[in-house]
Design a protein around this ligand. Structure first.
Ligand code: CTP
Ligand code: CA
Length: 523
């Protein structure tokens, strides 16, 4: 039938036009080959489109993963639930805290004599985890418990009791549907290193992309932050050092993360956490106290606390003072004097020394500190309460002035002004603030006050601490090498789709125009 389009397969399988009309043979030859080329482009475009679609746009709805970590500290236990996209698990900054739970009660080490209470102690937070994580994900959700300095101290005193606490936790957690990976006492070295990983991961210091979404190499990445963690029983300092450190000190570790090497110094000072430091200070001063009373410059004027002296010596950290006095009641009376408080805290640090190549206190080698530091846990609690976090305050003089003012404020005034703050915390902020300041001075970190950033939740979501780093490490979520170049971002994918669609439309339009012309020659 004249004028009708030939079927689609005709484009490729019709006889060569050169046999039909000898006069238009050359023109027809080109138009037929043009159609063939366009046909090829069409097929290639289609294949490319499908390939891009299959390779780059595999996004599945709600493909999230979860992980649960319990931080069993000396003063309290917290549970953190982390969440991340399963497709992007090797990227930095993508795992975040989706919920947390404060376990009611003291640190887990105080359950040594009442193991039967451990299920009640932990089950409320476990119930929260069960409710928050979708049921079908429970089996794939790793669950960890890491215990820190409180349990380290208990282990030094009585290893069997420490084991029994961990066994009680193990049998409880095994009865839950999660993928329980163990309850253990982590070392001070791990605690420091994982804290460093957490903050640098969350601050995006380990792996960087440029505006083209390409990974930046070695020296193009930003400097990492050092990590300062102040707990109740221990304190950790961790930072990247460029000082050549003799192997005999064994205080550094090598990390290879996202294709970059880091020489990280870390040390955990046991008995230098804020609670144990206060206990040591009180135990140390108790020997010189007049019978029944101890004047304490780190407590507010008018504050009183009565303790049994034996309770001051019950910790491993204060045992050395035990022989000095027999047990009796001791009333501690605040005098609220920042300078005297600072002097007495300084006595807790022995042999402080720092030169160009090394620093030390308590005979522990430490290379000179470098770069910026993120300070969390009790560093943050104290400085945040005192309104002294670095964006609000610019110099050490300001901090000193504020501390002098706060410590000398009568307890009745402080207590009335902050009725919502727990009495234990409130009565000790003069001590803990002064302790923070003294510790930072011992680390030589107060010269440039803004070198230290006090941090709580990073990106307003995830708490700074060792738990996230611990989970990232145990789930192999931080690769040693850089991941292969990133797949297309969503906008790039959409742009490619548009370009290929336009190309296809042009191919079709040109194809049909050329086909009409060539069929004119066949007539
Ligand atoms: N809002 C808060 C919370 C806690 N604290 C105090 O901060 C100290 C350290 O708390 P934390 O960092 O939770 O210590 P733990 O993790 O329990 O101890 P460690 O890491 O040494 O095992 C404790 O003295 C606690 O009383 C505080 O002053 N204000
Ligand atoms: Ca802690």
């Amino acid at each position: 039938m004249e004028g009708m389009m030939p079927p689609f397969h005709f484009l490729f399988f019709s006889k060569p036009s050169v046999y039909i009309d000898q006069n238009s043979s050359v023109k027809t030859f080109f138009s037929r080959n043009g159609i063939l080329i366009l046909g090829f482009i069409f097929i290639l475009s289609l294949i490319a489109l499908i390939a891009v679609g299959l390779a780059q746009n595999k996004k599945l709805p709600d493909n999230f993963k979860y992980g649960i970590v319990f931080d069993a500290g000396s003063s309290h236990t917290s549970m953190y639930i982390y969440k991340w996209s399963a497709e992007k698990m090797n990227d930095t900054g993508l795992v975040y805290e989706t919920a947390s739970c404060e376990v009611k009660g003291p640190g887990i080490s105080s359950y040594a004599s009442n193991l039967q209470d451990i299920p009640v102690y932990l089950s409320k937070c476990m119930g929260k985890a069960k409710d928050l994580i979708p049921k079908y994900k429970h089996q794939d959700t790793p669950l960890y418990l890491g215990a820190t300095a409180g349990m380290r101290l208990l282990r030094m005193e009585n290893e069997e009791l420490a084991k029994m606490i961990l066994s009680a936790v193990t049998s409880l957690f095994n009865s839950y549907p999660f993928n329980f990976q163990g309850a253990r006492i982590i070392s001070g070295f791990e605690e420091g290193a994982y804290g460093w990983i957490t903050i640098n991961y969350l601050l995006g210091k380990l792996e960087k992309h440029n505006w083209k979404n390409q990974f930046l190499r070695e020296n193009e990445t930003q400097d990492t932050y050092g990590a300062l963690d102040l707990g109740g029983a221990s304190t950790q300092i961790t930072f990247v050092t460029s000082t050549q450190i003799s192997k005999q000190f064994k205080k550094t570790t090598q990390f290879r993360l996202y294709g970059k090497n880091y020489t990280v110094y870390t040390y955990s000072y046991l008995c230098h956490g804020v609670d144990q430091a206060l206990l040591r200070k009180l135990a140390l001063n108790a020997k010189d106290a007049s019978p029944g009373a101890l004047m304490e410059p780190c407590f507010h004027p008018g504050y009183e606390r009565t303790v049994l002296t034996s309770s001051l010596f019950s910790s491993v950290c204060t045992k050395i003072y035990k022989n000095w006095i027999s047990s009796r009641n001791l009333t501690i009376q605040g005098t609220g004097n920042f300078q005297k408080c600072k002097e007495s805290i300084t006595e807790l640090f022995q042999n402080n020394y720092c030169n160009a190549s090394y620093c030390t206190f308590d005979m522990i080698y430490r290379p000179p500190t470098e770069g910026h530091f993120g300070a969390f846990s009790a560093y943050y609690y104290a400085m945040d309460f005192l309104n002294l976090t670095s964006d609000k305050v610019s110099s050490l003089d300001m901090v000193t002035h504020k501390m002098e003012e706060f410590c000398s404020t009568p307890w009745s005034v402080v207590n009335t002004a902050f009725p919502q703050v727990k009495e234990k915390y409130l009565s000790e902020y003069c001590f803990s603030g002064t302790y923070v300041l003294t510790l930072l001075q011992k680390y030589n970190l107060t010269e440039y006050w803004t070198q230290v950033e006090f941090m709580d939740k990073i990106n307003n979501k995830t708490e700074a601490g060792w738990t996230l780093g611990y989970m990232l490490n145990l789930t192999n979520m931080i690769p040693a090498e850089l991941p292969q170049s990133k797949p297309f971002s969503h906008p790039t994918y959409i742009s490619l789709m548009v370009i290929f669609s336009l190309l296809l439309a042009i191919v079709f339009i040109l194809g049909s125009v050329m086909f009409q012309k060539s069929s004119y020659f066949w007539k």
